[in-house]
Design a protein around this ligand. Structure first.
Ligand code: F0G
Length: 457
C-alpha cells in the first residue's frame, strides 16, 4: 500500500480546546489531563505567522498532486480521505491504514428542491454514498487505523446506528474486535443489521445515546478498548476531507452556505475546522457560512445558542424520529459553537413534519437520504424565510446518510402512518404508497392513466 510520491510530512500535536495544553498522549478518553475538555489536532508546521518558518507546501502544488492521485492505482490514493493525507496526521507505517476507499462522494444538483425553497444554486454533497452508507467512514478510516497502529485488539463506540456500522466494518477489515453500545429499540434495522453482519459485539442498552456514551466511558476506563466516538480527534481529522473534496469539486470556489445536521456535533466541527485550515493555507480566500440544523425535539445546540449565547450547554431529553440525531448532550458542543462563531453560520430547529416533508422532496430529486440528513433542507427553508440565506446565494447541503439506512421511516411516510391530523394534509401530494392491483396489464394501464389525469388536473 506504499505511496508513489514523495510527500511532505507534517507532525501533528494534540491540544486542549479549553486550556490550550499540548500533549502527545491523548489518554483513553481523549480528554485533557488538566481540565478534562476535548482535544483537537494541530499542525505546528503550518503556522508561519511569526515569519520563522516557511509553509511545507504550496496550495497550488497540493491541488495538482491530489488531482494526479485520482489516476493512481495505489489504494491510499484511491481513498477520498487519504488522497488528501498531507492535511491529516502522519502515519509512519502506511501498511497499518485501514481503507474501504471511503470518501469520493458525489455532489448533486437538487433542481426541484431549489425551486421549492426559492434559491438558485442548491447542491447536495452526499456523504451517504460512503462504503457503509454514512459520513462516519471518512473519520473511521483515520481513527480505526490509529487504533490498529497502537496495537489495540478492541475498539468501541456508543451510537445511534451509523457510527456502529462504520466501527464494525473498519474493525472487521483489520481483524480487530468491536463493541457497540446502542439505545434499545431506537436504532433503525438497517444500521443494526450492518453492525451484526460486520461482526460487532452489539449491545442494546435500556437507555438513550447519552446514557450509552456514559457507560462506554466507564468501560474504556476499565478495559483496553479504543474509543471511536467523535470525541476521538482522529475521527474529526478524517471527516475534514468532505470539505476538501467538496471544494475540489467546486474548483476551489466556496459556496456561500454549507448546511449540516447536528447530533453529537463532531461533523460540523470537522467541516468548520477544514474550512478554517484551508483558508489559512491559502487554498481559498473566503469562508462559507456553516450552519447547523437540529430536530425540535433534540435541540441542545439551538437552546445553548439561544439561551446562553453559546457559553453553557443546555442539555435536553432528546426525542425525534430522525433517530441518528436523537442526542441531548452533544460531546462536541464547544467545538460547534466555535465553528458558528468563526464561520458566521446560524442554528435552526425543524419539526418532525418538516423533516419528513424535506426528506420526500430530496427523494423526489432522485437523490434520497435518511431522515437526519433531511433536516438540512428543512432548515434551509427556514433560513430563506428568515432572510439569512438570500435567493441568489449558493448553498450546499451535507447529506449524511443513505436513504436505505431507515426504510421503515420512508414506508411509514408514504403510507401516511407518520402523522395524523389536518397539518399532515400538506404531505399527501408527496406520498406514494404502493398500489395493490390484480395481475393484469389493463389494471396497470388504468392506474397509469389515473395518475396522468390527476397530475394534469
Ligand atoms: N446524520 C447522520 C445520518 C448521523 O448518523 C449523525 C450522527 C448525524 C447526522 C449527526 O452528526 O453527531 O457529528 O453531529 N450519528 C452518530 C451515530 C451520533 O452514532 O451514528 P454529528
Amino acid at each position: 500500500m506504499n505511496s508513489t510520491t514523495s510527500e511532505p510530512v507534517e507532525i501533528s500535536e494534540l491540544r486542549c480546546i479549553a486550556c490550550g495544553l499540548r500533549t502527545h498522549s491523548p489518554g483513553h478518553r481523549f480528554r485533557c489531563s488538566t481540565c478534562a475538555d476535548l482535544l483537537e489536532i494541530v499542525y505546528p508546521g503550518w503556522d508561519t505567522s511569526d515569519g520563522r518558518r516557511t509553509a511545507p507546501f504550496t496550495a497550488a502544488a497540493l491541488k495538482a498532486l491530489w488531482r494526479a492521485r485520482r489516476k493512481s492505482l495505489v489504494s491510499l490514493d484511491q481513498s477520498g480521505v487519504w488522497r488528501f493525507r498531507e492535511l491529516l496526521p502522519h502515519f509512519s507505517d502506511q501498511e497499518k491504514i485501514i481503507t474501504l476507499r471511503e470518501g469520493n462522494t458525489p455532489l448533486y444538483e437538487l433542481p426541484s428542491c431549489a425551486r421549492a425553497v426559492g434559491v438558485e444554486y442548491l447542491l447536495a454533497k452526499h456523504q451517504g454514498m460512503n462504503p457503509t452508507g454514512s459520513f462516519k467512514d471518512t473519520g473511521m478510516t483515520v481513527a480505526a487505523s490509529m487504533a490498529r497502529q497502537e496495537g489495540f485488539g478492541w475498539v468501541g463506540c456508543a451510537s445511534t446506528g451509523n457510527t456502529s456500522a462504520s466501527v464494525a466494518a473498519y474493525a472487521a477489515r483489520a481483524q480487530m474486535r468491536s463493541l457497540v453500545l446502542i439505545p434499545q429499540g431506537k436504532v433503525s434495522w438497517g444500521k443494526l443489521s450492518q453492525a451484526l453482519d460486520y461482526g460487532a459485539i452489539t449491545v442494546e442498552l435500556k437507555t438513550d445515546f447519552d446514557g450509552c456514551s456514559q457507560i462506554l466511558d466507564e468501560v474504556v476506563d476499565r478495559m483496553p478498548v479504543y474509543l471511536l466516538n467523535s470525541v476521538n480527534p482522529y475521527r474529526i481529522e478524517g471527516q475534514k476531507t468532505a470539505a476538501i473534496e467538496l471544494l475540489e469539486q467546486l474548483d476551489w470556489q466556496p459556496p456561500d452556505h454549507i448546511i449540516v445536521p447536528g447530533g453529537n456535533l463532531g461533523n460540523s466541527s470537522a467541516l468548520g475546522k477544514a474550512f478554517c485550515e484551508l483558508e489559512k493555507l491559502h487554498f481559498i480566500t473566503r469562508l462559507p457560512k456553516v450552519s447547523i440544523v437540529q430536530a425540535e425535539g433534540a435541540n441542545p445546540l439551538v437552546r445553548t445558542m439561544r439561551e446562553t449565547g453559546g457559553r453553557k450547554l443546555v442539555s435536553v431529553q432528546a426525542e425525534t424520529a430522525a433517530s441518528a440525531i436523537r442526542i441531548g448532550r452533544p460531546a462536541s458542543w464547544k467545538k460547534a459553537v466555535r465553528v458558528l462563531e468563526q464561520l458566521g453560520g446560524t442554528v435552526a430547529e425543524v419539526s418532525e413534519l418538516e423533516i419528513a416533508w424535506a426528506k420526500a422532496q430530496i427523494g423526489a430529486d432522485g437523490v434520497g437520504c435518511e431522515p437526519a440528513s433531511a433536516v438540512t433542507l428543512a432548515g434551509l427553508k427556514r433560513m430563506v424565510r428568515d432572510g439569512f440565506v438570500k435567493p441568489g446565494e449558493s448553498v450546499v447541503l451535507i447529506l449524511t446518510g443513505h436513504l436505505l439506512k431507515d426504510p421503515d421511516f420512508t414506508l411509514q411516510f408514504h403510507r401516511g402512518e407518520l402523522f395524523g391530523g389536518k397539518e399532515a394534509e400538506i404531505l399527501v401530494p408527496h406520498q406514494r404508497a404502493p398500489i395493490v392491483l390484480e395481475a393484469s396489464a389493463d389494471a396497470v394501464i388504468s392506474a397509469l392513466k389515473r395518475v396522468e389525469e390527476t397530475s394534469e388536473a
